[in-house]
Design a protein around this ligand. Structure first.
Ligand code: MTE
Ligand code: MO
Length: 252
């Protein structure tokens, strides 16, 4: 059976369950298999649950499309950001020598990494599209260290279920599940199009998660926290996005 047929069958199956027996039952099934997203409000948010559950069952290991170098966008559009604050400016004036990425939570070895250390680790680059929920997109080459490498280095506990990540902009914090965290295209990006990652695009370090909308690719990273209890963060919906009316899982 080819991939597409299988995909259609499973997706059709979930849809049939949702249609015939009510969304609540589909949500309960999803719950049984650990496929309820943090912002679903359990069986009361069956739409979010179906999207996430179907994606996770169908495309857990799939890669986002990678493009040839010739398709890199000439004039990528940096989403405008609010002022980054005095502490960021101080670090920027010092070429980010004193900037650190802190990794904590349910890890054996909480660590703080300098930019030079991150750059000394195995590097992964990919030419992918970043898509904003507002409709625009661009293609760029992203260069960085796989998040999976950092999780291995720091000794992520087996019970860890989510990676929470934060920015110099406190209103931009997100989380992702372990399937996306361990995904080979998920990188902590410090480079773009063969160069340093410009501050406009989130430098010195941004998350780059390829299978979700742009808002999951948080810029100006400061901290990564592993947890098995996502409800204890913010309002308990998984990240800032659902608090503002956007989906926690923004799968493409
Ligand atoms: N810290 C921070 N991260 C952020 C944002 C932001 O305003 N601040 N915008 C998000 C949104 S909505 C999108 S679509 C992408 C835009 O990435 P770009 O600036 O490279 O275009 O970054 C995301 N990460
Ligand atoms: Mo966006």
């Amino acid at each position: 059976m080819n991939k597409l047929t299988r995909r259609k069958l499973i997706a059709g199956g979930l849809g049939a369950v949702a249609g015939a027996s009510g969304l609540g039952i589909a949500a309960k099934l999803a719950g049984h298999y650990g496929l309820i997203p943090p912002d679903s409000a359990g069986i009361f948010g069956p739409g979010e649950t179906l999207t996430y559950a179907a994606q996770r069952l169908l495309t857990r290991h799939s890669l986002a499309r990678e493009f040839p170098r010739s398709e890199i966008s000439g004039k990528p559009f940096a989403n405008e950001v609010e002022p980054l604050g005095g502490e960021f400016q101080r670090l920027q004036h010092g070429s980010f020598d004193e900037w650190r990425l802190n990794v904590d939570g349910t890890v054996a070895r909480p660590t703080s990494f300098s930019l030079a250390e991150l750059k000394s680790f195995p590097r992964r680059s990919h030419i992918t599209m970043i898509q904003c929920e507002e409709g625009w997109s661009y293609i760029a080459e992203w260069i960085g260290v796989p998040l999976s490498h950092i999780l291995e280095l720091t000794g992520a506990a087996p019970q860890a279920r989510y990676v929470v990540y934060r920015s110099f902009q406190p209103e931009w914090w997100e989380s992702m599940d372990m399937a996306d965290a361990m995904h080979p295209q998920t990188i902590l990006a410090y480079g773009m199009n063969g160069d340093e990652l410009p501050v406009g695009f989130g430098g010195p370090l941004r998350m780059r998660v390829t299978r979700q909308l742009g808002y999951k690719s948080v810029k100006y990273m400061t901290r990564i926290t592993l947890t098995d209890n996502i409800k204890s963060f913010g309002k308990g919906l998984g990240s800032a996005s659902p608090e503002a009316g956007y989906a926690w899982y923004a799968g493409l």
